[in-house]
Write a protein that binds this ligand. Sequence first.
Ligand code: ADP
Length: 608
Amino acid sequence: MNQSSKNQKRIVSGGWRIVQKFWPQIRQERLTIATSLLALIVKTIFHLLEPWPLKFMFDQIILADFNVEPTGIKIIDDLGIMGLLTVLALTIVAIVCVRAVAAYYSSVSIALAATNIMTEIRNRLYYHLQHLSLSFHSRAKSGDLITHVTYDIERLRKVTVIAIVPLLTNILTIVGILGVMFWISWQKSLIAASTLPLFLISTLYMGKRIEHSARVQRKREGAMAATAAEAIGAIKVVQALSLAKMLGSTFSGHNQNSLKEGVQTQKLRAAQERIVEVLLAVTTALVLWRGVQLIQQGAITPGDLLVFITYLKMAFRPMRQFAKYTGQIAKATASGERIVDLLEIEPTIKDVRGAISASPFRGAVRFENVSFAYEDENLTLKNIDFDVKPGQRVAIVGSSGGGKSTLVSLLLRLYDPLEGRILIDDHDLREYQLDSLRGQISIVLQESVLFAVSIFDNIAYGSLEAKESEVIAAAKLANAHDFIMQLPEGYDTVLGERGATLSGGQRQRIAIARAAVRQAPIVILDEPTVGLDNQNEQAVSEALARLTQNCTTFLITHDLRNAKSADLIVYIESGRIMEKGTYQELMQLGERYASLFNTSHPLSNIHG
Ligand code: ADP
């Protein structure tokens, strides 16, 4: 199958899918689109009218001078020669003006509609991507994804404006021209149409060769860029091993070939244009040959012939552009389909049927034989089993990479377990609506993410219904109120990128305030004091103690001292629970936790 019929197939099937998916957004813009189409039709009609004043000048005025009896419609009697000439001259200007205005409105409205639709689609995609499960995001490189999506949407928008509208205009123009031509003289139209197959064969055949040659050239350029990038990227090695000469000759080989293909493409393009010109000349000659005979027989007027010849020229140009536009539209269709594909990915973590809105949790948490894997083969967590009573404090300890963060992300239902289940207040997490589950869990991470909005908003993000007094109370609880008040704009201070204007300890306290404003019965702390100096650590620890009062708390830490006061210590290694119990129990057990504790804090044991 050749490229252009492949293109057309893709445009039809893909285009239909895209229109269906985005119908709500397109519908919203229906008025603008209708305006644009209407303007397009007016523009085409006036384009078709352009040669007509000339026809009348020819038939009614010039020929009259040669004492030839005007044929066709007689309008000269009523107006007089000068009157008619003036009217016709003005008509030429008027036609072009109306056409220009219509063209303006047609392009402006379609550009407007396209921009609005694409903005809506971008929002929809953004919303969708945010709700896709983490397992999707860790598979897709999110940077790539965003670039792709942005690029795809932009291409879709641009092509709508620079290809779909001209293509529609061309189709309308050709249909209009054919209609009028047949109306003037079906005989001549048939003559004109007789060269059409030749024309089509030549453009399709040449088009295919041009496309092939351009593709080869693009490939060569890609290879050339890759060689260059490789050599420059590894310049040290290249110079050390004296590879420059060898790589240079590879490069110049690619370069030479690319040049040849480039010349070939240019040659083909030039040849195609000349063929089209010759075909046009042949058609014109044929039409003139038959046309003059028809004039002599009185079947048509000389002006008709003029209109006919002008139309021929007018029709050929858009026909030549068909291949160009369909190529562009096919590419945009591929972009559009990628967006639709993305929108059709169902989030794997979502509310199951009949999920209930969780009532306020008491905070009893049970992991029942939970296993989990990010990828199919390796289990990241194996048979995790423990029980937490409401208001208890659990410390999850163990070496880095053991699976501690993974464990709490299952509690947030960022992922679902592969086996086993997690219960809060005796119900499987999957029985709760996601929002009502996550809304009752607060979280403070080691590196808290602050947004580039005001401090007030950063705290209020914890609970979207938070009142001002609640935000301030939360800040006070988090030991943050005092330093916030010392900032030039207090709570209205807008944070710099990634919260850069605050110290690590201050940022942590804002994050704690955000967690506090949620008033959640379950709190997760993931190494929240790591990397802070003593003074800050104390302020943060105090704030955390207040935050977690009466809450079921999960504390991830590798500092075993922090775990000492916990009601339950869970010691994880390689995804398995190696030991669990209270500090006393684990020390008595005298195995991993105890020996690690003794090696890292030799003195604490004596005091503890
Ligand atoms: P810890 O919190 O104890 O340091 P993690 O739970 O972060 O351990 O990681 C446990 C294991 O899971 C590690 O081997 C880590 O490489 C792997 N892991 C973590 N996140 C992902 C992810 N998104 N995709 C694949 N593997 C992951």
